[in-house]
Design a protein around this ligand. Sequence first.
Ligand SMILES: [Ca+2]
Length: 190
Amino acid sequence: MQHGPAAIRAGRPVLVDWIHSVPRAAGPVALDGRLDSENWALGLFTTVTRPMFIKESWDWHGPQDGVFRFAVQQHGGVLHVAVETTDDKLVTAADPAALQDKIIVVLQTSGSTTTAEAVVGTKTKNTICQPRGESSGMVAQFALPLPAGEKTFRLNIGWVDVDRPENTKPSILWWRPPAALAFGQFLMDE
Ligand SMILES: [Ca+2]
């Protein structure tokens, strides 16, 4: 059987991904929404200027419209995830269920799939979310327990970027395509 060149459809980007590592934190990670360099070194962060998948992409106009960065680390069987948005317009609401900027973390382990969400004002034992102090955007932090001995998992980060409250279909920016199961794979550092 003859193999031709790989078919790449014109105009469509080729998406690739790799196994991401989960470094061990130097010590306990405080769930305080403060991404100081002592606990969250700059080198831990991935900046997402071109999300691989955007729902309602017509409402997103490129990195100047909003970018986010995230980091992961592990401590004592808990996965710590920090997400920070840089946003031209942060929309918050007193009602947590109301349409507003929101961070979504989807964690698929060998045992289950967990979807954790945070809006500004969220504070639970696993999640905190607050506005950024120095510029427009928000910080969300998650502490997600992993199954005992878990070595790998899949993680995806999404940002519901609301810029106009009257728009009921805001963009959702996903780091990796939610349907691409081979993407967003992580391996725990020993
Ligand atoms: Ca926004």
